[in-house]
Design a protein around this ligand. Structure first.
Ligand code: NAP
Ligand code: FER
Length: 335
């Protein structure tokens, strides 16, 4: 077979503040022949996620940073195009952490087969993959919403947030979203069934707005963004409220750390709990979560939108745009 050429994005420089396209470099290299036990996967959809901002900075984290010159990390849904691994056949659709490259050579570890009859294959890196499972376990296990309670979610129109609000509705809660455009807020209420949503960019007083939209106070806060938006939630927490701390995207591109109000006192008087989590801590329950969500999708109780950017070469643009709020629903790149 004629040798295939791989295209990949490597990290050219560590971004200062908001990443720039020039922080990434498109390079080409031949795709190696698979050895026994290996297969070659051709990428069909590549994910761009907020956590990648952390992985391209120097700061110590749950995983080692991407090296300068190293291939960008990321979840991929692809097709097996060559296989010397008995677990995988040519034509299988798989999901793995193959990074921002068109072809990946893998020994199959950490790679899972995707059943294309359950849902569109792209959902393996979306609603039925990492972001959807983050919403599911972050809300249900950490937030523990009870029927009749009020759930507020920030970053509400994104991959995680849009699912959080809908699961809150499935559990009989009042769901209130916070997002960055009027169109996103309209989508949350009109199409996803949130009870209310507001645009934090055009609201002068987030505390007053939350008071208006949460007349019974806030029982569960699912935090995707941190910063001033989270500060505004604190005064409205009910007794025994739970805060599920999922992400702090408002802080990821800051060059100087922000300080804010010292609100731990509020947790004492409200006997409230703030708990951070990493989706991977629920790995042994992923299957169960994905099966339940697939059922909700089938029953029309859970909707999802994918914000698909076409073209492998547009990965850096798609990633930076997501960090800036261009996306509604799960942003991914179709190769
Ligand atoms: P996403 O919400 O689809 O995309 C990011 C969104 O963040 C943008 O669309 C933008 O929407 C919003 N945003 C950007 N800058 C902001 C700012 N300064 N203030 C408020 N909002 C801002 O991304 P996602 O994949 O669903 O991830 C959402 C959050 O969950 C992120 O914080 C991520 O790190 C976190 N996460 C955590 C885990 C975990 O294991 N703990 C796993 C997955 C994701 P607007 O238009 O509304 O500004
Ligand atoms: C994310 C934000 C942060 C995420 C993981 C982390 C999987 C972990 C950060 C760390 O360990 O430093 O969106 O998604």
């Amino acid at each position: 077979m004629a040798q295939r050429t791989n295209r990949m994005f490597t990290l050219a420089s560590r971004p200062k503040g908001m990443p720039q396209e020039s922080d990434f470099k498109l390079v080409e290299a031949p795709v190696p022949e698979p050895a026994d036990g290996q297969c070659v996967v051709k990428a069909l959809y590549v994910s761009v996620d907020p956590y990648m901002r952390g992985r391209i900075s120097e700061a110590k984290s749950y995983a080692a940073p991407v090296e300068i010159g190293g291939v960008m990390v990321g979840g991929v849904v692809g097709e097996v195009v060559e296989s010397k691994n008995p677990r995988f056949a040519v034509g299988d659709i798989v999901q793995g952490e193959f990074g921002w490259q068109e072809y990946a050579l893998t020994d199959g570890r950490g790679v899972r087969k995707i059943d294309p009859t359950i849902a569109p294959i792209s959902t393996a890196i979306g609603v039925l993959g990492m972001p959807g499972l983050t919403a599911y376990f972050g809300l249900l296990d950490i937030g523990q919403p009870k029927e009749g309670e009020t759930v507020v979610v920030s970053g509400a129109a994104g991959a995680v947030g849009s699912i959080v609000g809908q699961i809150a509705k499935i559990k009989g809660c009042r769901a209130v979203g916070i997002a960055g455009t009027d169109e996103k807020c309209k989508y949350l209420v009109d199409e996803l069934g949130f009870d209310a949503a507001f645009n934090y960019k055009t609201t002068d007083n987030n505390v007053e707005k939350l008071k208006e939209l949460c007349p019974q106070g806030i029982d569960v806060y699912f935090d995707n963004v941190g910063g001033e938006i989270t500060d505004a939630v604190i005064p409205l927490l009910n007794v025994k409220a739970r805060m599920s701390i999922c992400g702090q995207i408002s802080q990821y591109n800051l060059q100087k750390q922000e300080t804010g109000p010292r609100w731990l006192w509020a947790l004492i008087v409200k006997q409230a709990r703030a708990e951070g989590f990493l989706v991977f801590q629920f790995a042994d329950k992923f299957q169960q979560g994905a099966v339940e969500m697939a059922g909700w999708i089938k029953d029309g109780k859970l909707k999802f939108r994918e914000d698909i950017v076409e073209g492998f070469e547009n990965l850096p643009k798609a990633f930076i745009g997501m960090l800036q709020g261009d996306n509604t629903g799960k942003r991914l790149v179709k190769v």
